[in-house]
Write a protein that binds this ligand. Structure first.
Ligand SMILES: Nc1nc2c(c(=O)[nH]1)N[C@H]1C(S)=C(S)[C@@H](COP(=O)(O)O)O[C@H]1N2
Ligand SMILES: [Mo]
Length: 311
């Protein structure tokens, strides 16, 4: 069974919903075909699906953001700066075959097709909040597997302290990469212990379907306690490295975007407050929570650190 770290179930996830999720998962296996069904076989038969939803403070009603909104309100600068245009501009992205290189300070480097990688690890549904640094948020039902499962198979060398991720570079398919304002391809990084945290997900599905291109198909990162820009899409490379890697937004504007990018209502962006957020589909604002509401799970990672300096 893949659920560990005692992540409590949401108050709002009822047994009926768990049952429903299980039935949906059976459908998911059918949608994805044999390979994915095989992945499903790795899961304890009684449960059928390892549900590891977010921990939600009792006073916060987290409703899933509609699929339509999730799929048509996207940040993906490889395609457009305009959130509503991404879905259409990305729709022909060729996501198979898709080679992922896993390299750097590991005993077991590999180059593996995304489909094969995905089928190696049992699928889990993870309902996570996503909070963009711009001040909007969603609640998204992802499918994927914890990155730590893959990391455990790599024979990580002892001087590896960070993980670096890179997006596909293909300006013909990703016209935004023809713009010289940015240092393409998109690149991101996590400290190794952040990457190994059970909440850190490699996602390949959303709403019981494979990720659509605009959502980062075929494989993306989801780090729910950090601003959305850490959750890099369309990953082609995962490297274990010794030094803190440079990251896309921090390289573009180091005064405004840091390496850590932990959601923090007490540390304002230089140009706007981060105290509140707009939940897509709602009216008005709601308060932004420390570490996006995952404080109990992740605060230990930053004990003794100055979060204003390490923003
Ligand atoms: N490769 C790549 N990954 C990316 C981005 C991007 O422009 N390119 N945008 C980031 C930002 S700013 C956010 S908020 C999330 C948005 O994810 P969504 O479109 O699935 O909501 O993706 C992140 N991952
Ligand atoms: Mo974002």
């Amino acid at each position: 069974m893949t659920q560990k770290s005692g992540t409590p179930l949401n108050d709002h996830i009822t047994p009926e919903q768990l049952f429903f999720a299980r039935r949906k998962f059976m459908r998911l296996a059918a949608i994805f075909g044999t390979a994915y069904a095989l992945a499903a076989c790795g899961i304890e038969p009684k449960t059928g699906l390892s549900l590891t939803p977010t921990t939600t403070p009792a006073n916060l009603q987290d409703t899933l953001t509609p699929e339509e909104s999730i799929n048509h309100f996207n940040n993906y600068y490889e395609f457009s700066f305009s959130k509503n245009d991404v879905a259409d501009l990305a729709k022909n992205l060729k996501t198979s075959p898709w080679q992922v290189e896993i390299s750097g300070l590991v005993g077991n480097p590999m180059s593996i097709d995304a489909k094969e990688l995905i089928t190696r690890y049992p699928a889990e549904e993870r309902i996570y909040r996503l909070r963009c640094v711009e001040g909007w948020s969603m609640v998204i039902p992802w499918y994927g597997f914890p990155l730590n499962r893959l990391l455990a198979d790599l024979d990580i060398q002892k001087d590896a302290r960070y993980v670096r991720f890179t997006t596909l570079y293909d300006p013909d398919q990703m016209p935004g990469q023809k713009s010289s304002s940015f240092d393409w391809p998109y690149f991101e990084g996590l400290r190794l212990d952040e990457a190994q945290h059970d909440l850190t997900l490699l996602a390949w599905g959303v709403y019981q379907k494979p990720l659509p291109p605009q959502e980062g198909a075929p494989l993306r990162l989801v780090v729910p306690w950090k601003y959305g820009f850490k959750s890099i899409k369309a990953i082609v490379k995962i490297e274990l490295v010794a030094e803190q890697p440079a990251t896309f937004w921090s390289s573009y504007n180091p005064a405004e975007y840091g390496f850590y990018a932990n959601v923090n209502p007490n540390v304002a962006h230089p140009r706007w407050s981060q105290a509140n957020e707009y939940r897509v589909g709602e009216t008005g604002q709601r308060p932004t929570l420390m570490f996006n509401g995952y404080e109990n799970e992740v605060a230990f990672l930053y004990e003794g650190m100055n979060l204003k300096e390490n923003f």
